[in-house]
Design a protein around this ligand. Structure first.
Ligand SMILES: *Cc1c(COP(=O)(O)O)cnc(C)c1O
Length: 390
């Protein structure tokens, strides 16, 4: 059984139950104070860094508004995200177009709105930036092979080999752009802090060789996201990440560390969310089966897509949890008519044996990559409704 108190304090839990008791399920409640606390903790842990919130993790307007007021910058991946953030009056010099996969017309659009900071990892994209966003600052994303220790890897699709990053930055200068720095992402929910060490070492090599051989002085490292939220699998505390990563930076750059940017998504919003589902049905597949199937009113298509390959293991608590209650193995699945709509089958969760249809299951740490990471109406089921608790 999940010990709820490891994740949500008694007072926050009481407040949450009171706040959400009349909401139809499924729904997500976001605790905005938790997001703010996480933001402040990250800032305090990396006092020398600037934070660009990766808004794809949760683009809820109250979250964006609060972070904007706190002084956060934003990592933007599409023109739609850009439009959303601009309506909140965030000035364009606090935005970065961090997606390396973009159309020429979108580069033009970002430029017309005042954005002057672009990520890239290919020649074609870089040429488009030079043409449609002349003079802008560009940083090149390098490829890392660190997928095994991240619960949700982001490698392969993004980044290029450091040798190619070198060439792109030379080309950027030759095309009139400002070579700004290097970025990387070690993979989301990265449990191995050492991955930042390798990435920083590669970055240092590029800084040195570009300066020595091409007289290009890079000034920025974008260390991406990857910082943890609290799921079933334990991680180190953020303070541990910060002290180790800071040490790696000093090991490679001495006292003269470049401008540092962080792009947290998950770690700011993950543990601010509780997804409430109702049990639709409990059944067994044969008369003597010990394992029950528990079907909920939310699944892979409306909020729980990160259970794909059982990658993210959310802590789950139920209305029936009691210190001494009997539990049994379950397979947990969603409500749609697609047989991939099963959240946990290989990894057997254990839930109380007296769990009944109509009971609530609370999925903790569901503030990141849930509310908008959903189908718009598969089988007619709408995306999750989100509520914000102050
Ligand atoms: C998704 C993403 C992030 C956020 O990563 P988390 O692991 O959620 O913190 C940061 N930077 C880029 C470029 C991303 O695509």
């Amino acid at each position: 059984m999940t010990n709820r108190e490891d994740y949500v304090s008694n007072s926050d839990w009481k407040k949450f139950l009171e706040f959400s008791k009349d909401f139809e399920t499924p729904n997500i409640v976001i605790n905005l104070r938790t997001v703010k606390k996480n933001y402040i903790k990250l800032k305090d842990s990396f006092p020398y860094a600037r934070i660009y919130y990766a808004m794809k993790a949760n683009p809820g307007e109250p979250i964006l508004r609060m972070l904007a007021e706190e002084g956060s910058n934003f990592d933007i991946a599409s023109r739609y995200e850009l439009d959303q953030i601009l309506t909140l009056k965030v000035p364009p010099d606090r935005l970065s177009y961090g997606n390396t996969i973009k159309k020429a017309v979108d580069i033009k659009y970002f430029y017309s709105k005042g954005v002057r900071m672009f990520a890239t990892d290919s020649k074609e994209d870089l040429k488009n930036i030079a043409k449609y966003a002349p003079g802008s600052r560009v940083y090149v994303r390098i490829l890392l092979e660190s997928s095994v220790t991240a619960d949700w890897p982001l490698s392969r699709k993004f980044g290029c080999h450091p040798d190619m990053a070198y060439d792109l930055l030379v080309l950027a200068r030759d095309m009139g752009l400002t070579p700004y720095g290097i970025s990387f992402h070690v993979g989301s929910q990265q449990r191995d802090i050492g991955q930042w060490n390798d990435a920083i070492a590669k970055t240092k090599y590029l800084f040195t060789s570009l300066e020595e051989e091409e007289d290009i002085k890079l000034t920025m490292i974008n260390m991406g996201g990857g910082f943890p939220s609290f799921y079933v699998e334990p991680t180190n505390d953020l303070k541990e990440y910060a002290s180790e990563i800071t040490r790696y930076l000093h090991d490679d750059f001495g006292d003269d560390i470049p401008e540092i940017i962080l792009e947290p998504g998950r770690s700011l919003v993950g543990d601010s969310g509780i997804l409430t589902t109702e049990v639709v049905l409990i059944s067994r597949k044969n008369n003597t089966a010990l394992c029950r199937w528990v079907y909920c009113d939310a699944g892979k298509f409306n909020g729980l897509i990160e259970t794909l390959d059982e990658s993210i293991k959310y802590p789950i608590v139920t209305e029936k949890d009691k210190p001494s209650c009997r539990e049994g193995e379950v397979i947990i699945a969603g409500p749609t008519c697609d047989s991939m709509d099963i959240m946990y089958e290989t990894d057997k969760y254990r839930l109380p044996t007296d769990l009944k249809t109509g009971d609530r299951l609370y999925w903790l740490t569901t503030g990141a990559y849930t509310s908008t990471y959903a189908s718009v109406g598969f089988n007619g089921f709408p995306p999750l409704k989100t509520y914000y608790m102050e």
